[in-house]
Design a protein around this ligand. Structure first.
Ligand SMILES: Nc1ncnc2c1ncn2[C@@H]1O[C@H](COP(=O)(O)OP(=O)(O)OP(=O)(O)O)[C@@H](O)[C@H]1O
Ligand SMILES: [Mg+2]
Length: 260
């Protein structure tokens, strides 16, 4: 391996002053290799926490925020619970909510609001938490290969977060149009997109053989959905029940009408 120390130091120096540095050069000279080496030594998370966050005026220590961020990986795709995290951190509910708000306002974390309406059923009101970038999620979980990911208990949640982002982007849905829904008796919908009168439901299943469930039928009826699309990891799209379809994520562009 040819040592590229001078180049590497130069890139680090430039990165301290600029958020973006390009490596350009002839083909096959080692640009990608160098970029990977740099990314290994200075993960984006470190510069973000130690440089960007303090510049935003936050006084939360970067080590605290780093721990909090790592802990959030376990909540990816789950309902936010201030008191549980506050206990784990030994700080107040208010303080952990502050950490969460900071990471949300810097686009590190995405919150999906809970939908609730007068149905005569108790519904969950806390938002769901997602790390905004599945690459960052995998890095924090120390998953470096596809195999690591496939064997990890968070694979389903990772899939859900990734597919959810893709669907939201495809629909061009704004954050205030996106919700999840869950009742205390167990019915739930991963994503509800509300635009005017039209309500569409989406479920995310890391499988190639999704099925219609009772929970989907309840969501259809209770929320008056136009449709439920079950986004899955297989190859084909096919109907599952009236107004319920299985849609392969890879076919989303063709099979899901973005609507207005
Ligand atoms: N420092 C190095 N010492 C020895 N071999 C290297 C070094 N850096 C890269 N290589 C080897 O050179 C080849 C090209 O490397 P790399 O893919 O990083 O180049 P690249 O500039 O990104 O190429 P491309 O222009 O095709 O994107 C690879 O086989 C890689 O293993
Ligand atoms: Mg390259």
């Amino acid at each position: 391996m040819i040592e590229r120390r001078a180049l590497r130091d130069e890139v680090f120096r430039l990165l301290r002053h600029n958020p973006v540095v390009a490596l350009v050069g002839a083909r096959q000279v080692g640009k990608t290799t160098l970029a990977r080496e740099i990314a290994r030594r200075e993960p984006r998370a470190v510069t973000f926490l130690e440089r960007d966050v303090p510049q935003l005026g936050s006084r939360i220590p970067s080590t605290t925020l780093r721990r909090f961020w790592s802990m959030l990986t376990h909540y990816h795709g789950q309902t936010w619970n201030s008191s549980e995290l506050a206990r784990a951190f030994g700080v107040s509910d208010h303080a952990v909510r502050g950490y969460l708000d900071l990471l949300e306002s810097t686009y590190v974390v995405r919150l999906l609001a809970a939908w609730h309406e007068n149905l005569g059923k108790r519904q969950v009101k806390a938002p769901k938490v997602y790390l905004a970038d599945s690459g960052v999620l995998h890095a924090l979980l120390n998953l470096t290969t596809r195999q690591d990911l496939m064997l990890h208990p968070k694979v389903g949640a990772s899939w859900e977060g990734f597919a959810l982002d893709e669907v939201v982007a495809h629909l061009g849905a704004r954050p205030e149009e996106c919700f999840y829904w869950r009742t205390h008796t167990g019915a739930e919908l991963d994503l509800l997109v509300v635009r005017g009168e039209r309500r569409r439901g989406f479920e995310f299943k890391h499988t190639s053989a999704p099925q219609a469930t009772r929970s989907m039928h309840i969501a259809l009826e209770d929320l008056g959905l136009a449709s439920v699309d079950v986004i899955h990891a297989g190859r084909d799209s096919f109907p599952l029940a009236p107004r319920i379809r299985a849609v392969a994520l890879s076919r989303m562009l063709d099979d899901i009408d973005p609507g207005v």
